[in-house]
Design a binder for this molecule. Sequence first.
Ligand code: F6R
Length: 586
Amino acid sequence: MCSIIGYYGLEIAAPVIVKGLKRMEYRGYDSVGVATEANNHIELKKGVGKVAEVNSMVHLDSLPGRMGIGHTRWATHGKVTDKNAHPHSSSSGKIAIVHNGIIENYQELKKELEKEGYTFKSETDSEVIANLLQKNYDVTGDVKDTMMRTISELKGHYAFVAMFDNGQLSAARFHEPLIVGVGLSNFFFSSDVLGFIEYTDDAIYIENGNFAIMSKNEFKILDFNGEAVKYQITKVSKEFADSYKGEYAHFTLKEIYEQNETILKAGERSEDGIIKAADFIKHAKNVYITGSGTSYNSALIAKHIFSKYAKIKVETIMSSELQFSPDIIEPNSILIAISQSGESADVLEAVNTAKNVKCKIISIVNLLTSSLVRESDIAIGMNCGPEIGVAATKSFTSQLAILFKIIEKLSNNMVKVDFEEMSRSISKMLEERNKIKKIANELREISDIYVLGRGIHYPIAIEAALKLKELTYIHAEGIPGGELKHGPLALMDSGVLVIIINPNDSTYLDTLTSAIQIKSRGAKIIGISDVPSETYDYWIEIPKTSDLTYIISEIIPIQLLSYYAALEKNTDPDYPRNLAKSVTVK
Ligand code: F6R
């Protein structure tokens, strides 16, 4: 998703901004740009492509001055073009902005501004902010008043940084993340701590509905009515600076390989939160669980394990769907929100809906400084370190580990989860790397993959299909095994590949029957199981372990298969096209 950055300090701004944008690349983007101010003049460079590519073409980092703004764009309004890339300047060129979010009323505002003679160079919604600021600045001549007037006219969700050619920066936050980095001689606005972590680990999290002004002589935070607000400087975790690939070719591979360790660290330092969460859940009238994408798939698994091991019924709700059926949520209940980033707009909206009817919020989140944590009554940290690869891997297994820990507490420790066994089993799966690499070769010419599972293995099948489609761009679908004959069997022929998740448990025989039916239609079959079968063209062996370890072990070979198939298909496993790591717009 778009990243914004603003810098003011003693260093030449452009190289600092380019470095910050590179660190935030993982959020996903298609174009990049930087603008700086020097001697009351704003200069701007931008283009389509990765930060390094655009920089080598137009030399973003050669812009002069000690104040600047930068942006990586993830297109929403307008195509991926140089013109639509940010920053955008006002028609006079005296103000430039970078924006993350969506301005809902941009068409009305644009019409009005055009009537008054302001001109536009892009198709974006964001450009109206620059001209609106200009219009208001021309009237007030004051940055604070200009920001207040402008904000009052904008509808939508946004975080933006505006740079004025008089040497002032101002940034506003409304339902999109905005953080201030406070160094000794370097000051930042940023969407993410990674934008400035190399320079400082002191941060101010700007509250929703506030804006800030930064210049040589002042720094202040105000609410949208212009009243000064008190703020706190927080130390952010330095571990988030530790985002290097090391010996690995890609972050995604590194993150898959970290799971034998991250599974042991899940929920560390959140022990009290886990105990409290279990207590809340035990005494709740209703328990709902929500998330998006992979985090939603964890929620689906939670539903199975909470009822099986703790005899507690939980209802799953896809975060993006809740707004259309808010009545699902009974007042005064518990909502468990799962999110790696803690910034997914859909999840935050679901939380908001639940809070409106006085629900308590328990969050399972990796970024403990995120917006979700601030909206939660209890926040439990995944503690798996930065996940840079856009496709969720280690955060998925850490989410499950935390859910398992909550179950231990719900069962008054009658259920004991063997996390050491889990770690050993993951290591064993990782050793299958070469075998899986060979199987990945099979996916090169395939255009459809189906993943079959039953019971608790069905959410694993859905997660497997999600990983495959994100990383390889091959159409992939998770199917509950029993539904095969109710429709999907029509799709089976020699052109498709089917992955059968077939543990030797109560689902085994039924799933094997489905595999045989598929095989007789000519499809190739990969069996993921603790027992071999001649039905499988390829067998990936899962070690025989306890049930909860087994579920975790099943997803590892599919993460590896997706990664190696991405290499076969020449896609970038870390940054799949059109996707963003942190989906902060709806
Ligand atoms: C899948 C993936 C996405 C995220 C989803 C939610 O590999 O990465 O589907 O799981 O966007 O993100 P968080 O967990 O940050 O709320």
